[in-house]
Design a protein. Structure first.
Length: 100
């Protein structure tokens, strides 16, 4: 459902699905903005999953990648709010000064 809302530059940037970054596969990734979107299900509530997610997020942050996470239930019940949050992050990153 999320992919239908963010594909084909609907947010004025290109997102890729199942994008490989180092040893990980990101759910959705926009290379131009270095913005990664993860969609988590109930399995992510388990202790070992939380630890894995934490190390994964740390890895992405070490590459200067912004990570935003949503629960799959948010996607199903509040897709408009999810899109608003993504749009806000896209705008923030689009307007951020670049480092050279």
């Amino acid at each position: 459902m999320l992919w239908l809302k963010i594909r084909r530059k609907q947010l004025n940037v290109t997102f890729h699905r199942q994008y490989s970054i180092g040893p990980y596969i990101a759910d959705f990734y926009c290379p131009k903005l270095r913005l990664l979107i993860e969609v988590d299900g109930g399995i992510h509530l388990r202790k070992e999953s939380k630890e894995y997610d934490k190390s994964r997020t740390y890895y992405f942050h070490s590459l200067n990648i912004t990570v935003i996470r949503f629960w799959d239930s948010e996607i199903e019940t509040s897709i408009n709010e999810v899109i608003e949050k993504i749009e806000s992050e896209v705008m923030t990153l689009t307007n951020a000064p670049t480092l050279k």
